[in-house]
Every structure is written in C-alpha cells, then in structure tokens.
Write a protein that binds this ligand. Structure first.
Ligand code: NI
Length: 266
C-alpha cells in the first residue's frame, strides 16, 4: 500500500462512518474553499504486535520521519508525529498508543483476547486492511469494561485500525481564516464542538490553535446485539509562524489531550 492508496482508503473509510466530516467538507467547498489536510491521527495499543513501532516502520518506509514525542500521563497515552521528508505538504501523521500496563488486569485480559486475532508478524498494512481483526469477537460487555477505564481503549475495540480524524488546515482557507470563524461557521450549521478545555485549544503563543466537532455515532453489531458507539470526528488547526521562522509543525500535548475527548460518548 503506497501513500496515495493509504490516504485514499483512509478518507473513503472515514467519511463512511463520519457523515459530519463529509457534510462539512461539502459546505466548505460550496464556500469556495480548497481543503488541505493538516494531519491524520491513528490510535493503537502498546502491545508489541500492534504498537506505535509497527506504525512507525510503515511510515518511515514511505518517506516519513519521526519529529515529535508527546506524553499524556492522565490518559496513559504517548504519541509521536511524523512528517514527510521530501514532501512537507503531505499530511502529518499523528500516532498515539495506549499504555496497557497502566490498566487493571480485566482490562488487559480483554485486550489480550482481541489481540490474539492479530495475525503473526502483522505489518501496519495488514492491520489497516483488516481494520478490526477481532470482528468475530466484538462483545459489548468487553466494550463497557474498557470504557470504565478508558474511552480511548473502548473506541479502539469498536473501531480498530483506521483514521481517527482528518484535520482541516485553516491557514490555506480564503474565507474562514481563523479558528474562531470556523467554529462559528460550524455552530451555525448545527455541529457540536468539543468544549473540553474550551472551544479553542491552544493559542497563538503556543503557535497552534485547534478545535474539533464531537465524533459521530453509529449503531454497531456486537455479539449481544446492536449498540451505539462513537465513530470519528473532524478537526481544525491553525498554525502560527515561529520567531525563528517557518510555521510551527508540532503539536501541543495539553491541547491534544482535550481533543482525544472528542470520541467520548456524550
Ligand atoms: Ni489531531
């Protein structure tokens, strides 16, 4: 799977389960905006079979390199972001990983059980193509058990290996030229913003402002029946010029920590 294929498959899959993102995309195009994707975010567990390292191997082979290291102790997450070496206009890739050791034994047992469905020596491409290797083992009781300790963990059990969000890069827009204008536009069209930590996360002093809508939901078939789960959300990012020159390309841990909550079930 080359990068074109990866981005194409990610977007197709994403808009299928995130109709709000498709709607916003269409609305922005009607306004005459050209949309540039700032980054795609992916989520995984710390287990060696599916860890961040497995993701890193793929993206580095595709010409990306690791640029940022982040940790989110209150959510037991760590993350890296990757930028393309030769083509900086390609979306950045933000990959986060849930530290399984921080959770209870029952939590770890559920994750161990589903990860036993991952083929031996699976690559990132294998994981991405399967999306939900444990789809025959989708149990709502397990989902609820993970949810008690981590919304992120429950989301991964239900949604698997796919883009968690795409991100509209505000800087290249012609009309909606600030995160506040974008937020007003979204609210006027009836979308719910993630308000955790305020509608705007970060500041120009931190060189990055972000916002996001709350994730869409979908009714998913579990072994016990059909239940509503969170799917994915759309994010918006405005980046500022660094005093040293060039636009800031990194992420702000405190802001990202709040953005993770966009998939919390309301
Ligand atoms: Ni993001």
């Amino acid at each position: 799977m080359n990068l074109d294929k990866f981005f194409e498959k990610s977007w197709e899959d994403y808009i299928k389960i995130t109709p709000s993102a498709k709607k916003i995309n269409d609305l922005l195009r009607e306004e005459g905006e050209d949309i540039v994707n700032d980054h795609i975010a992916l989520r995984t567990f710390s287990d060696d079979r599916v860890s961040l390292k497995v993701f890193e191997d793929y993206f580095c082979k595709q010409g990306y390199e690791k640029r940022g290291d982040y940790s989110f102790p209150e959510k037991n997450l760590k993350a890296n972001h990757f930028e393309h070496r030769k083509t900086p206009s390609l979306p950045k890739i933000f990959v986060s990983e849930l530290d399984l050791e921080a959770f209870s034994l029952p939590f770890q047992e559920v994750v161990e059980k589903i990860l036993n469905y991952v083929p031996q020596r699976a690559t990132f491409e294998d994981l991405y193509n399967l999306t939900l290797p444990w789809k025959d083992e989708l149990i709502y009781k397990d989902y609820q058990l993970l949810m008690k300790e981590s919304d992120y963990g429950a989301w991964l059990l239900a949604m698997g290996f796919r883009a968690n969000h795409f991100t509209v890069y505000i800087n290249t827009l012609k009309k909606l030229t600030s995160i506040r204008k974008m937020n007003d536009f979204l609210k006027n069209h009836g979308f719910s913003l993630n308000e955790s930590g305020g509608e705007v996360k970060g500041s120009s002093k931190e060189f990055l402002e972000q916002s996001s809508i709350m994730a869409d939901t979908q009714v998913l078939g579990f072994r016990e029946g059909k239940f509503e789960v969170s799917t994915c959300y759309y994010e918006f990012a405005q980046r500022y010029e660094l005093p040293s020159g060039g636009i800031f390309q990194g992420f702000i841990a405190n802001s990202a920590s709040k953005i993770f909550e966009s998939t919390n079930l309301r």
